[in-house]
Design a protein around this ligand. Sequence first.
Ligand code: TXA
Ligand code: MG
Length: 310
Amino acid sequence: MKKDLSNIKKSKFYLNKNECVGIPTETVYGLAANAYSDKATSKVFKIKKRLKNNPLIVHYYSIKDLQKDCEINKNFLKLYKSFCPGPITFVLKLKKKTKISKNVTNNKTTLAVRFPKHPLIRKLLKELSYPLAAPSANISSGVSAVSKMDVVEEFGNKVKFVLEGGISKIGLESTIVSLVTKPEILRLGSIDVNRIRKTLKNKINFNSRSKNIIVPGQGKVHYSPGIKVRLNVKNPNMSEAFILIKKRKINDKNYFYLTKSNNLSEAGKNLYKTLRMIRKLNYKSIAVEKIPNVGIGQTINDRLIRASKK
Ligand code: TXA
Ligand code: MG
């Protein structure tokens, strides 16, 4: 589309000037900056109010581009073949001669990298002469953004431009796999862990307390809508917003369905959108129906548990 092309041109213009740009991906929107630039990446931390010791994910177009910065290995190639471009992030060893800004890695020797699938971000990456550092486009510890409007709501005019790419198809952040030593899953996403196991022909565990997690980001409050969240609720109070996935015969106006057809992928896609909507409607607390802890349900529960922490 003509509009898309002119928006990509605008994104390039601002990124080349070391400014931050909101970008669409199939998981959630990102707050992007030139990963090779100290100036641009320092702005990401400032705008997002992100702690300096929490490293950024870097987005690439191709393996050829990635090899300028990281060491690749057999496990990476197996997973890349099965899932890329797509919602998976790899933690790899950084090459000594890399141009990646020290801000991105907090001076560490590993880098989290991803090959997003959204056609607009792929087009943009292809045209740039540098990869894009892009954490989720939300103020730190808050709910991720799944539309251009969400990004504007988070940052206002602090972000020069947001590339319009529709609503994020998946709506949950990527699965993070560390491949620095023994493969380990550091964050659940939309990919079934069993598919990753099969691809690697290996045992691989989800370890949210791994020593490979070099930041506090995964453990404490995260994805928080800023109001109280109660989980596994059967009967909510009338005054609280009730999030459900199973269709009920009688519905009240405080009921918010993530899916009406028992489809957990659909529930995942609607999770952040619904949390934002509830907050805007000025509810003071949220109750959530029990969500089965299988497949994407596990990821939804992971996010909700963190959102419920004070
Ligand atoms: O789907 C996604 O991954 C989205 C889109 C925009 O790509 N990005 C995203 O970024 O969720 P962020 O920054 O919100 O989450 C990345 C997580 C953080 O918890 C960070 O601590 C962790 O990845 N991380 C970054 N670099 C790491 C590294 N070298 N080792 C271990 N964890 C790392
Ligand atoms: Mg995030």
